[in-house]
Design a protein around this ligand. Structure first.
Ligand code: MF3
Ligand code: CO
Length: 249
């Protein structure tokens, strides 16, 4: 069973996710060649505190940081480090989760560092577009894997790889609730979507293969062929008139 949230719960989830949206937008203003990912984390932690929120990722299954910062071929779960200095032409995916009044917010964006290649720009554009195509299918009466197929078909039509080892998820009083939301799947299959479901939809896309491996730090997932990877995530609520993006200002 996929949990259904009340109007009151969705209000708190909206609050938590708006905080995530604001902080991600602030992080964008300091992403530039020369800054390291530990500095991005410290900046985010300061804002999380000022918002009166709690970092959701720190300590989650032993993850050591408040954000994930994944550079270039890193797909997800890059651990911030003062040794990882952003340079012109990089792309960096920032994933942030917070807890507010017992409920979670979760979203991710990929930012460019300085001037990036046209190929990298296109990867970012397509991944974000795939996220919005998936969100568009998050409607009461549709099937869960309608979302998955919308994402997969757009990504694969462009010749990119859709990552299969990580998935989106329900979100509420837990960071990860049912259902799992793969970014690939057969349309018109899976659980039927209902009003009141709150979902974190998060396509991860590679310029090359969809296959990934996890580095020796136990967290950082990189593409197996070292091709560039991109990640966007929104938390959305299924309402009467369709999907509402909660992780948006
Ligand atoms: N958005 C990612 C997810 O939902 C972030 C989790 S990072 C972790 O899986 F550190 F908390 F695991
Ligand atoms: Co997530």
């Amino acid at each position: 069973m996929i949990p259904i949230k009340s109007k009151e719960e969705i209000k708190i989830l909206s609050e938590a996710n708006k905080i995530v949206a604001r902080i991600l937008k602030s992080i964008k203003t300091i992403v530039a060649p020369g800054i390291n990912t530990k500095e991005l984390e410290l900046f985010a932690e300061d804002l999380i505190n000022k918002e009166g929120a709690i970092p959701a990722f720190k300590g989650y299954m032993g993850y050591p940081s408040s954000i994930c910062a994944s550079i270039n071929e890193e797909v997800v779960h890059g651990i911030p480090s003062d040794k990882r200095i952003l340079k012109n032409g990089d792309i960096v995916s920032i994933d942030l989760g917070v807890k507010v009044k017992g409920y979670y917010g979760d979203a991710a964006v990929t930012y460019s560092v300085g001037e990036i290649s046209d190929e990298a720009k296109e990867l970012i554009e397509v991944t974000e577009k795939a996220l919005y195509k998936g969100i568009e299918k998050a409607r009461a009466g549709n099937y869960l894997f309608d979302i998955s197929w919308a994402i997969q078909s757009l990504v694969e039509d462009k010749g990119y790889g859709i990552i299969r080892d990580f998935v989106g998820h329900g979100i509420g009083k837990q960071l990860h609730e049912g259902p799992q939301i793969p970014n690939f799947g057969k349309p018109h299959t899976g659980p039927i979507l209902r009003e009141g479901m709150v979902l974190a939809i998060e396509p991860m896309v590679s310029q090359g293969t969809w296959e990934v491996k996890v580095l020796d730090d136990g967290w950082t997932a990189v593409t197996l062929d070292n091709s560039l990877a991109c990640h966007f995530e929104h938390t959305i609520a299924i309402m009467k008139n369709g999907p509402v993006i909660l992780s948006k200002e």
